[in-house]
Design a protein around this ligand. Structure first.
Ligand code: NAD
Ligand code: ZN
Length: 359
């Protein structure tokens, strides 16, 4: 499967499934890279590095930098170490970085590429379902102790090569995390795709290869289409944050790592559906949707220690909010997102409703 991503700064291919390895080999053979730096995390490195190595070793000079898994990868100290490693290994302006891992590795490696010698090229080789979202669109970055993704740059990759075989080792919680973003993409743009998902996916441990490739392709197409229209998030691109306003608050409040990004976002998405019901004309059987989510193993109930007052404060500080008013992505209908400022009273009363419905 092949998709072309068009942005104002660059057009690049996304390969999904069987031909990806060959496509990457072809790309590397034909490119003028002086050297390759692979950035991966210890987990992905241990499980899958050999596959990438065999494809690279025949072609060119490369070195490997391994980072801690998950959010630990997106620390300043790791970023600095990666730059040091790149300098020590004589990367130059014609070198290329391969991000080999999930979204965290992709965000870090992309940011290293964006900033090393004012920017060198990079390639995404995603190994999680979630990375269908993060590998496309050109946002790269790391975390600041005061906030996630607070330091970053726009930097589009040369290509995305999705070897879906590598996803077989993903733990279920990570499958759930990535699948949540797929569902989000369906809600934003495509009722039929959502219907397909709800009908054909009933067990996340048993998604067929064909379905998986199709799902990733659809998700990427929806994201790419939005990024194409608004690469730098001046407007439309904000709709990709459906579910993320409360989701981020949940993630922060629960402490990174206790709940995966996507699982938090799924809860946020359901809350956004309740808000939509109250604020727009959305007509939808939310209950049926919730039941499907429960079948898939999502836990929608909010942890008892979650402090909604604190959440309101952090939602006001969300990058999407202005003038201290939380802004939410809501749906007028499935496939029709709108951005709306929501008053505190509405947030609270809908939260009550949401809690009652999901406990
Ligand atoms: P991740 O890279 O942390 O991967 C999740 C976990 O799965 C890690 O522990 C990793 O080691 C493990 N893993 C990865 N591939 C595996 C495999 N094939 N088999 C077994 N284990 C594997 O993160 P993620 O969930 O892919 O992405 C989350 C990150 O993406 C967050 O930091 C988020 O901010 C970022 N993100 C960025 C964008 C963007 O547009 N740039 C969009 C969405 C999310
Ligand atoms: Zn997300």
């Amino acid at each position: 499967l092949l998709i072309n991503i068009e942005t104002s700064s660059k057009t690049y291919p996304v390969f999904i499934g069987e031909n990806s390895l060959q496509a990457l080999t072809d790309h590397l053979e034909n490119a003028d890279y002086t050297k390759i730096l692979i950035i991966t995390d210890f987990t992905v490195g241990r499980l899958h590095l050999d596959e990438l190595r065999t494809c690279l070793s025949r072609i060119m000079d490369y070195c490997i930098f391994k980072v801690p898994a998950s959010e630990q990868a997106k620390q300043f100290s790791v970023y600095e170490e990666a730059l040091t490693f790149a300098l020590e290994n004589d990367l130059d302006r014609k070198s290329c970085i391969i991000a080999f891992g999930g979204g965290a590795v992709g965000d870090l490696a992309g940011f290293v590429a964006a900033t090393f010698m004012r920017g060198i090229r990079f390639i995404q080789v995603p190994t999680t379902i979630l990375a269908h979202d993060s590998a496309v669109g050109g946002k790269t970055g790391i975390n600041h102790p005061l906030g996630k993704n607070m330091v970053g740059a726009f930097h589009q990759p040369e290509g995305v090569y999705y070897f879906t075989d590598l996803l077989e080792t993903l733990p279920l919680s990570e499958i759930r995390s990535g699948f949540a973003e797929v569902v989000k993409h369906a809600f934003i743009a495509d009722q039929e795709f959502l219907d397909f998902l709800m009908e054909s996916i009933t067990d996340l441990t048993k998604i067929s290869r064909t379905d998986l490739n199709y799902i990733l392709k659809k998700g990427i197409e929806i994201k790419a289409n939005i990024v194409h229209q608004d690469e730098r998030e001046n407007g439309l691109r904000a709709v990709l944050n459906l579910g993320h306003t409360l989701g981020h608050a949940l993630e922060t409040n629960a402490g990174y790592g206790t709940v995966t990004h996507g699982e938090a976002i799924m809860t946020g998405l359901v809350y956004a559906l309740y808000l939509s019901e109250a604020e727009t004309d959305l007509v939808m059987d939310i209950h049926r949707f919730e039941q499907w989510l429960v079948t898939l193993g999502y836990r929608l109930e909010i942890p008892a220690q979650f402090d909604f007052d604190k959440a309101i404060t952090s939602m006001k500080r969300d990058k999407k909010s202005f003038a201290n008013k939380p802004r939410f992505i809501l749906l007028e209908e499935i496939g029709k997102p709108v951005v709306k400022e929501i008053g505190e009273e509405q947030l609270r009363s809908t939260y009550e409703k949401f809690i009652i419905a999901t406990q």
